[in-house]
Design a binder for this molecule. Structure first.
Ligand SMILES: [Cu+2]
Length: 136
C-alpha cells in the first residue's frame, strides 16, 4: 500500500517560482567560469527505514536533492513496526507503516541548505541528513 503526503510550498519556494518565471533560479557561474550548481535528472529518491546492528537507520543516511524542482522521497519501511520520518526544518512529518512505501513530496527547495531527518516516534532512532544543492 502506498501513502501519499503533499507538502505545501513555503514562502521561499513561492519567491523562487516567481523568479523562475522571469529570470530563472539558476546559480551564477563559478570563479573559473564553469556553471555553479548541479543538473539533476532525479525526480524520486528511494530510501529505506531498516534495522542494522540493532539500530533503526535510514538508508541512504545522506540524501542529496537539487533546488528548484519537484522531487519525491519514496520511503519503504522494512522494519516490523511503524517508524516516523520527520524533517522539522520543512514541517514534514510522516508515519511509515511496516512493509509499506510512503511517498513524501518535497516542497520546491532553495539550494545550499542541510536538514536533519529524524523519527518522531522514537528519539533514539538514528538520524539522516537532507542536503539541498543549488541547481545549475
Ligand atoms: Cu523509529
Amino acid at each position: 500500500m502506498t501513502t501519499r503526503i503533499s507538502i505545501h510550498a513555503s514562502h521561499i519556494a513561492i519567491a523562487c517560482l516567481l523568479l523562475a518565471s522571469t529570470s530563472g533560479c539558476d546559480s551564477q557561474p563559478g570563479a573559473d567560469g564553469a556553471p555553479a550548481g548541479y543538473r539533476s535528472d532525479v525526480s524520486e529518491v528511494q530510501v529505506i527505514s531498516a534495522v542494522v546492528g540493532g539500530k533503526n537507520i535510514f538508508i541512504p543516511s545522506t540524501i542529496v536533492v537539487v533546488a528548484g524542482k519537484p522531487q519525491t522521497l519514496s520511503v519503504f519501511n522494512t522494519a516490523d513496526k511503524p517508524h516516523g520520518f520527520a524533517i522539522r526544518g520543512l514541517s514534514i512529518e510522516a508515519v511509515l507503516m511496516p512493509g509499506e512505501e510512503t511517498k513524501i513530496e518535497l516542497p520546491i527547495l532553495e539550494g545550499s541548505e542541510i536538514y536533519t531527518i529524524g523519527c518522531q516516534l522514537h528519539p533514539p532512532h538514528r538520524t539522516a541528513t537532507l542536503v539541498v544543492v543549488p541547481a545549475r
